[in-house]
Ligand binder design. Sequence first.
Ligand SMILES: Nc1ncnc2c1ncn2[C@@H]1O[C@H](COP(=O)(O)OP(=O)(O)OP(=O)(O)O)[C@@H](O)[C@H]1O
Ligand SMILES: [Mg+2]
Length: 320
Amino acid sequence: MTDVSIAVAHLVKRFGEVEAVRGIDFEIRRGTIFGLLGRNGAGKTTTLECCIGLTKPTSGSVRMLGLDPSKPHDLGLLRPRFGAQLQTTSLPEKARIGEVLELYARYYGLRPAVAALCERVGLGGKERQPVGGLSGGERQRLALALAIQHDPEVAFLDEPTAGMDAYGRRVLWGEVEHLRQAGKTVILTTHYIEEAERLCDEICIVQQGRIVARDTPARLIARAGGGSTVTVEAVGFVPSDGVARAGRWHHEPPAGGSDGGHWVLATEHDPGPVLAEVVRAVDEQGAQLRALDMRRATLEDAFLNLTGERIADEREAGAA
Ligand SMILES: Nc1ncnc2c1ncn2[C@@H]1O[C@H](COP(=O)(O)OP(=O)(O)OP(=O)(O)O)[C@@H](O)[C@H]1O
Ligand SMILES: [Mg+2]
């Protein structure tokens, strides 16, 4: 038990007719970076809000560090031990960044280290700026600073990089690394595939209030078929002999009805030697190679296979 930071069992949350969470179970071991990955409305924020005592579960239970956040007494004991960066953090708009950080520090009985904290989250030199004038990404950074400044054991980050530019994302990723090295538990939500794959030790894929899969990023990819795709465009090439046995080949005709088209190989083998074999076969057949491409399966493929849906916005994240 002592090794488990968060235990969620049979969690259900209804808002009137809407069943936002439909029976979610997971346990998160101390020191794990745990991701909830899912599309808009999947129930990620609601799950997080139940974990931090902001929303009362309709049924089921949550334990954080052995305590029940739905009970005011336990929540009081938990407050100094966790931090949360929520999707909609309400902040005093007229106050300056430095003042807000000081206020929170004093709430936790800490000596404020405003300049260092601002530097840490990429808001260096902005201490005197009013909160109301911050950009979306800057507000996110301030919310992150507020979530981590008291050095909590557990950090909840709800889409921490939504609306952030590439620099902001990297700052956040660095901060999560920092939390990992300090042995903290992090539970984050995201729609950004790359972010989940890069940061998380474990991922739960959430769809319509349920967990459809939970595993390490690598095992999710492997479970959903793993493998790689090799695409060959070569005039006169036909997969035969050894190379024909490298996996499943199919021919895609050319788009405009002109000559050629290309061959696509789906393979479970290590793609490096397979590529070498393809090049050798093209050469032996005297074919003329025009294009050769290899792509390993990604978490995005796993998400698609497991949910039947594409996750939104991953192109934008991929650009970071
Ligand atoms: N207070 C509320 N009242 C009514 N319905 C709600 C409330 N909060 C959430 N919902 C509904 O519950 C479902 C899950 O919402 P939730 O915010 O948990 O999704 P999410 O996975 O965090 O989505 P997103 O990626 O858009 O942040 C949605 O259909 C949402 O409209
Ligand atoms: Mg949400």
